[in-house]
Design a binder for this molecule. Structure first.
Ligand code: HEM
Length: 340
């Protein structure tokens, strides 16, 4: 486990020394090795305009997917599925009509769903297993739809859509839980005393959906004083790094207690740069959709501000793919004059 930012940086930024593991399953004796000796070009970072589009689409889709007066009880992951998938598709695919975008978004959700059992399996499922065949079919269907739009690299775009769908849905579900647990924070947001982006960073600090990522040493090497053998697996955890007092402001006094708490005020100082705990990764594999993801979460926070949210069930943490809250049952009561 990389326990300092310096170690985490070395592991994620030095693709010559560390590669992606060939086996990301949960078994205790994983197949050791890297799967990316001829790694393709890194994904290009999506531009700011894409982020603006994503925020707009998400806000519109949330309004139309909540019940007519905006009130009701929703499972957070379910509520966010289509709005996030459509917002990410709009940001990734560029100018296409809404029907085509929505079809691609649904196909991306199908692939994400089919990937679930493959990722959660205790050992990698065989090529001809039911889980693999379903996943393969869903991926091909998505790629086919993307290709029909004239995209020259449908496989890469499909990966972009899948990566940009499940993770922001999980992040958004954590955000709704955090707000629903804190009526006073909702009030301060509604009164304009708290900026939505502060809430977003705090939620990404305490509950980063990609709570851990692993790399394998390509050769025997020294990592900040620790000997790692060839094939050694090193885990980098944004969840852990987000509790280090040197990376997060406001850890004075007893930092362990301070940093375990959701405290949005720590981001009030404009000179403090959030994200040192790497919720979007680092290096060649860093998230190309960072600004799109942040725009979606800010739009979600604004949407939530115009309603009153309460927890309708006690949430727990599902670790079958990254971390996400389940159940995350949120009662939404529309506030007079709000725009839900
Ligand atoms: C809050 C939202 C998001 C978070 C927290 C997030 C987080 C991350 C992290 C931590 C990684 C690196 C994983 C690793 O090193 O193993 C990553 C990679 C990636 N993300 Fe995101 N992401 C978000 C949104 C998005 C969106 C909206 C898109 C696309 C529109 C996207 C596309 C990708 C892709 C394609 C990769 C793989 C990059 C590569 O392997 O070269 N992400 N993301």
């Amino acid at each position: 486990m990389a326990t300092t930012l310096a170690q985490a940086r070395s592991v994620l930024a030095d693709a010559g020394a560390f590669g992606f593991p060939v086996d990301v399953s949960r078994r205790s004796d994983p197949v050791v090795g890297t799967r990316d000796s001829s790694r393709p070009e890194p994904f290009a970072t999506l531009p700011r305009e894409s982020a603006a589009i994503a925020g707009e689409v998400l806000a519109g889709e949330l309004r139309s997917s909540t019940k007519s007066d905006g009130s009701g009880e929703y499972e957070a992951m379910q509520l966010l599925r289509r709005p996030v998938a459509r917002a990410t598709a709009a940001a990734t695919l560029g100018a296409i009509d809404d029907d085509a975008r929505n079809e691609v978004a649904d196909a991306a959700l199908d692939w994400v769903d089919a990937l679930g059992p493959v990722i959660a399996a205790p050992a990698p499922p065989y090529r001809w297993s039911r889980a693999r065949r379903q996943e393969d079919a869903a991926r091909k269907s998505l790629e086919g739809r993307i290709e029909a739009l004239g995209d020259p690299t449908p496989a890469r775009t499909a990966t972009m859509l899948a990566a940009g769908t499940q993770v922001p849905i999980a992040a958004g579900a954590w955000l709704l839980v955090a707000l629903a647990e804190r009526p006073e924070l909702q009030e301060r947001l509604a009164a304009g005393e708290v900026e939505p982006i502060w809430v977003v960073w705090e939620v990404l600090r305490l509950t980063p959906p990609t709570w851990a990522t692993a790399r394998v040493a390509r050769r025997s090497l020294d990592l900040a004083g620790v000997r790692i053998p060839e094939g050694g697996v090193v885990v980098v955890s944004p969840l852990l790094l987000g509790r280090l007092p040197n990376l997060v402001p406001g850890g004075d006094g007893n930092p362990h207690q301070q940093l375990a708490r959701l405290e949005v005020e720590r981001w009030r100082d404009p000179h403090v740069r959030p994200g040192a705990w790497l919720p979007f990764g680092l290096g060649a594999s860093a998230c190309p959709g960072r600004s799109v993801g942040l725009a979606q979460l800010v739009a979600l926070t604004k949407w939530a501000t115009s309603a009153s949210l309460h927890l309708a069930a006690t949430p727990s943490t599902d670790q079958t793919r990254g971390i996400f809250p389940r159940p995350a049952r949120i009662a939404v009561v529309r506030v007079e004059g709000g725009n839900t």
